[in-house]
Design a protein around this ligand. Structure first.
Ligand code: PLP
Length: 390
C-alpha cells in the first residue's frame, strides 16, 4: 500500500505559475528583476546596526548562560514590550513572547477555535492566514474592505458574516496589501460588533511604525472590545526578521484575559517561547535601536513618496487609494491583471502580483514600496503607464 499523507501535504506543491516561470527565465538570461513582491528591507541595505546588535547580544549572553525558561518569556523582555505600549498601560503579565507573528496567529487560533470553527478575516488579505487556518483545521470567512471608501471595513458585511461557529475577528492595520489604516471610528464599529457577539479581536499590527500622514496608530486594544490579542514583533519593527521574536498582548475583560493567559501558558510551554539570548536582548533592542528605527521609518517614508510620485499619472484616470501605512499597496488596472503583470515583467523587468493572489476582485496589481527609492520612482512610472494603456 502507498504511504499515506495528510490532505494538506497532498494539496501543496503545485506547479510553478507562469509569472514565476517568466521571472526564472529572465533571471536565467542574466536580467535584473525589480522585485516589488518581497518587501524585504534587509535586501535594500536597511539592517539593524551590526555593532550595536553585536553588543546587545553579547550583553544578553550573560543572563542567558543559566537556563531558566519562563513559558511566557523572560520578564525583562515582557516588561520592555509592555513599556512600548505606553498609552495602553499593559503590564508584563499580559505579554506572551512567541517565535514570530505567524506563530502568534497559530497560538490564537488554537486557543479560540476547534476544527471546523470559523475565524473572519479581511478580504483582500495577505495569504498567510489561509495557511495557518489550514494547519489548524479552522475555516476562514471574509469580511470586505471597500475599495470605494479607501479600503475601509464594511461593518455590515462583517456583522453578516458572523455565525454560531465564529470564534474571532481578525484585523490587520496597517493592512497588507491595501495600505489601509483603520481609524478610531472603524475600530469602535468593530469593537461594538465584537461586544454584541462576545467575540475576541486578533489585531495584527506588524506595520505599526510605518504610517503616512497619520501621527498615531488607532489600536483595537484601546476600544471597548471584550478581548483583544495585539500582535507584533521585531521582524518589521526593527528590520530583524531573523531574530524570530514576536509577541502578543492580551487585554480586555479581566476574567477573559486570565482564562486566555492560562491556556496560552500551556500552549507556549509545549514549545517554549524563543531563544533565550534573543529574549534577553529585547530591552537592548528597544533602548539602543531607536536611532536606527527613526532612520528606517524615514527611509520607508521616502520610498512611499517616490512610489506615489511615480504613480501620479494614475490618479487622473483611476480611483487609486494611497496607502496610509505599511509596505504594500494595491492599484487597479484597465486591462486583465495577469496580462498586465506579465507585460510589466516581460517588458520592464518589474515583478508585481495580480490582485487575485490576495482575493481582490479583478483587475488589480499588488506591489511593495520597499525598494531603492530611485528605482521606485522609475518603476512606478512604468507601472502607471502599464496599468493605464495596456
Ligand atoms: C500582515 C502581516 N502579518 C504578519 C506577518 C508575519 O510576521 P512575522 O515575520 O513576525 O512572522 C507579515 C509578514 O510579512 C505580514 O505582512
Amino acid at each position: 500500500m502507498e504511504m499515506q499523507f495528510s490532505q494538506l501535504a497532498e494539496d501543496l506543491g503545485g506547479s510553478t505559475n507562469p509569472l514565476y516561470a517568466l521571472r526564472d527565465k529572465l533571471q536565467g538570461q542574466g536580467e535584473i528583476i525589480v522585485d516589488l513582491v518581497r518587501g524585504s528591507v534587509n535586501e535594500h541595505g536597511i539592517v539593524f546596526p551590526p555593532d550595536t546588535l553585536h553588543s546587545i547580544l553579547a550583553d544578553a549572553m550573560v543572563p542567558a548562560r543559566q537556563y531558566r525558561p519562563d513559558s511566557f518569556g523572560q520578564p525583562v523582555a515582557r516588561e520592555a514590550i509592555a513599556s512600548y505600549y505606553a498609552e495602553l498601560n499593559f503590564t508584563a503579565e499580559q505579554i506572551l513572547l512567541t517565535p514570530g507573528t505567524s506563530l502568534s496567529f497559530l497560538y490564537c487560533f488554537k486557543l479560540l477555535a476547534e476544527v471546523g470553527d470559523e475565524i473572519i478575516c479581511p478580504q483582500p488579505s495577505y495569504p498567510l492566514f489561509d495557511y495557518i487556518a489550514r494547519i489548524c483545521g479552522v475555516d476562514l470567512l471574509h469580511y470586505r474592505l471597500l475599495e470605494s471608501r479607501q479600503w475601509s471595513i464594511d461593518l455590515d458585511h462583517l456583522n453578516d458574516q458572523i455565525s454560531t461557529r465564529t470564534r474571532a475577528i481578525l484585523l490587520i492595520s496597517p493592512h497588507n496589501p491595501t495600505g489601509m489604516v483603520a481609524d478610531d471610528e472603524q475600530l469602535a464599529g468593530v469593537a461594538e460588533i465584537a461586544q454584541r457577539h462576545n467575540l475576541p479581536i486578533i489585531a495584527d499590527e506588524v506595520f505599526s511604525e510605518f504610517l503616512f500622514g497619520i501621527d498615531r496608530l488607532p489600536r483595537p486594544a484601546a476600544t471597548e472590545a471584550p478581548l483583544v490579542f495585539t500582535l507584533n514583533g521585531f521582524s518589521k519593527m526593527f528590520a530583524l526578521p531573523g531574530m524570530k521574536l514576536g509577541w502578543m498582548a492580551v487585554s480586555g475583560d479581566e476574567a477573559l484575559v486570565r482564562k486566555s493567559l492560562q491556556a496560552l501558558e500551556m500552549i507556549a510551554d509545549t514549545f517554549l517561547p524563543v531563544n533565550e539570548i534573543v529574549q534577553f536582548s529585547v530591552p537592548g533592542v528597544f533602548a539602543r535601536g531607536r536611532a536606527f528605527q527613526q532612520s528606517y521609518v524615514a527611509w520607508i517614508a521616502q520610498c512611499h513618496e517616490k512610489a506615489m510620485a511615480g504613480l501620479a499619472g494614475l490618479e487622473c484616470s483611476l480611483d487609486f487609494n494611497r496607502p496610509q501605512g505599511g509596505f504594500y499597496l494595491t492599484v487597479p488596472t484597465h486591462a486583465d491583471e495577469d496580462e498586465v503583470a506579465m507585460a510589466l515583467l516581460g517588458e520592464h523587468k518589474i515583478l508585481t502580483h495580480p490582485g487575485y493572489y490576495y482575493d481582490i476582485e479583478p483587475n488589480h496589481l499588488v506591489m511593495t514600496i520597499v525598494n531603492d527609492p530611485q528605482t521606485l520612482a522609475e518603476s512606478f512610472h512604468n507601472i502607471a503607464r502599464a496599468t493605464k494603456h495596456d
